[in-house]
Design a protein around this ligand. Structure first.
Ligand SMILES: Cc1cc2nc3c(=O)[nH]c(=O)nc-3n(C[C@H](O)[C@H](O)[C@H](O)COP(=O)(O)O)c2cc1C
Length: 159
């Protein structure tokens, strides 16, 4: 069984809705055990118990929210223990070119520094799902796909 965590921060509910779709996509994968948690509930030391971590944040000034960055900063306590695990990221922003991709990359950058494996996609949202405000049908599909892709890879590697 591969353990997948979908961790998100959301003040207005948009990223939370995306997180539910990501978790739904991951739950479609046989052999994946999926947990959905808000970032303030996540124990940084507990991250090492997961085989895959998918992290969502609203776009704040083109980067992950401070609350999400704080989780990564605290994860230094387990630095080295996320090596080879699977990662993914998603975001909601208000503007089309409002720094949403740089927000996803800010999360993936932290994951890469942990030595995690990040899978892109050749179609649509290459770095990870983006929603403008609440997820529409297109963003919903991208979230389902991210959850499924990450969970499938985690099952192949760890299941
Ligand atoms: C402090 C702050 C900074 C923000 N910075 C940006 C930004 O750089 N670009 C953008 O498009 N939207 C920005 N937004 C808008 C949010 O990303 C957007 O409303 C998002 O949908 C909120 O997600 P949530 O409902 O999950 O909290 C910002 C909002 C706040 C509160």
């Amino acid at each position: 069984m591969a353990r997948v965590l979908v961790a998100y921060y959301s003040r207005g509910g948009n990223t939370a809705k995306m997180a539910e779709f990501v978790a739904q996509g991951a739950r479609l994968v046989k052999g994946a055990q999926v947990a959905l948690k808000e970032v303030p509930e996540v124990d940084p030391k507990g991250l090492a118990a997961y085989d895959a971590i998918i992290c969502g944040s609203p776009t704040y000034y083109g980067q992950m929210a401070a609350e999400v960055k704080a989780l990564f900063d605290k994860s230094v306590a387990i630095h080295g223990r996320l090596e080879g695990k699977v990662g993914g990221a998603f975001t909601s922003s208000v503007n089309l070119a409002g720094g949403n991709e740089t927000t996803i990359l800010s999360i993936l950058q932290a994951m890469l520094i942990h030595g995690m494996i990040v899978k892109g996609t050749s179609e649509r949202d290459h770095y990870g799902p983006v929603a403008l405000g609440a997820p529409d049908e297109r963003a919903e599909g991208e979230c389902l796909k991210l959850g499924r892709n990450v969970a499938e890879l985690a099952v192949r590697l760890f299941g």
